[in-house]
Design a protein around this ligand. Structure first.
Ligand SMILES: [Zn+2]
Length: 320
């Protein structure tokens, strides 16, 4: 670009009026900017700013945490109360190393969880409780209530030791009982009668509960199988079961999700907590087809990673 040299007359004027010169140059720079003569190019400036903190403020959050072929669901009530349903880690050793207790505890802490108002352990299988001992140790003295459905299974030994060490105790929940979590409530629907089960059928001990906030509701099923679903259908009325979101029982296995249970829950969304390429063939095609036929939109942690749903009390949406 060609430049034009200043004349001696111009140089003398600048020497005599230094402040005025600075002001004139500044006015030229500012003026040209507002006239659009500058072409700013800030890298990344066209990327939309996402503010999850603002989006979830005052809302219920349900985090279906991707822990591989296992369950860990974090619930944060609109006023900050928290509940963790299960603290699983995958049976797959490679996945467990990546998504075991450290991963889960880091997830909780990175989402501001400083205390657990409830820790619900649905049943004593490792894909639901493998990280429970370390979660209990990490939140020792800061857990409101630990909820179990039985305390006789031999599967609880590691959890029992962790509770003793942390000075935490547990409550046995009973079918039909309702608990408060801030502005939300959750009702225990199953197991209906755990006394009929034995240690070899631990899935039958699974706690089934339905959480409600305003007009919205979420069904959590652990690994409850069709025998429990049938008992629930017999015991409870339709309004106790109808939900907006269903956590699909037993990772989408054919042992669960009977047509009549899916009809009764009648949710729009089905979340399947499942690990990619798991050795169980979960979720089973038959269950995926059944959910689709019944009008459920399916979200899977193996395909989507952690899934976070939020409710404002009127409708449920997904946090990106
Ligand atoms: Zn399971």
């Amino acid at each position: 670009m060609a430049t034009k040299k200043l004349t001696n007359k111009q140089k003398n004027w600048i020497k005599q009026h230094p402040i005025l010169t600075v002001l004139l140059v500044a006015a030229l720079i500012v003026g040209s900017y507002f006239l659009g003569l500058w072409d700013f190019d800030i890298p990344g400036s066209d990327i939309p700013v996402i503010t999850p903190t603002a989006e979830v403020s005052g809302k219920l959050q349900v985090h279906y945490i991707d822990v591989g072929q296992a369950d860990s669901i974090l619930i944060i009530a609109p006023t900050g109360e928290t509940m963790l349903i299960d603290a699983g880690a995958s049976n797959d050793k490679d996945v467990r190393a990546v998504k075991g207790a450290d991963y889960l505890i880091n997830y909780l802490k990175s989402h501001g969880v400083t205390k657990l108002d409830y820790l619900m352990l649905t049943h004593p299988h490792s894909d639901h409780i493998a990280s429970a001992d370390e979660v209990i140790a990490a939140y020792a003295g800061k857990i409101g209530t630990i909820l179990l459905s039985d305390d006789e299974s031999s599967g609880w030994s590691t959890v029992a030791k962790a509770m003793q060490k942390a000075g935490e105790t547990y409550d046995l929940c009973s079918c039909g009982e309702t608990y408060r979590l801030g502005e939300c409530t959750f009702k225990i629907l199953g197991p209906v009668d755990s006394s009929v089960f034995d240690d070899s059928e631990r899935n039958h001990y699974s706690i089934v509960c339905r959480l409600t906030f305003g007009e919205t509701s979420f069904m959590f099923t652990g690994d409850a199988e069709t025998v429990t679903e049938s008992a629930i259908l017999k015991k409870f009325k339709a309004s106790d079961l109808k939900s907006d979101v269903l956590k699909v029982g037993h990772h989408g296995s054919t042992t669960s999700s009977s047509a009549s249970f899916l009809n009764a829950v009648g949710a729009d969304l089905a979340v399947i907590c499942v690990g990619s390429e798991n050795g169980y063939g979960h979720p089973h095609d038959k269950i995926v087809d059944r959910l689709t036929e019944k009008g459920y939109q399916i979200l899977r942690t193996d395909k989507e990673g952690t899934i976070v749903l939020v409710s404002d009390g009127k409708s449920v949406s997904r946090l990106k």
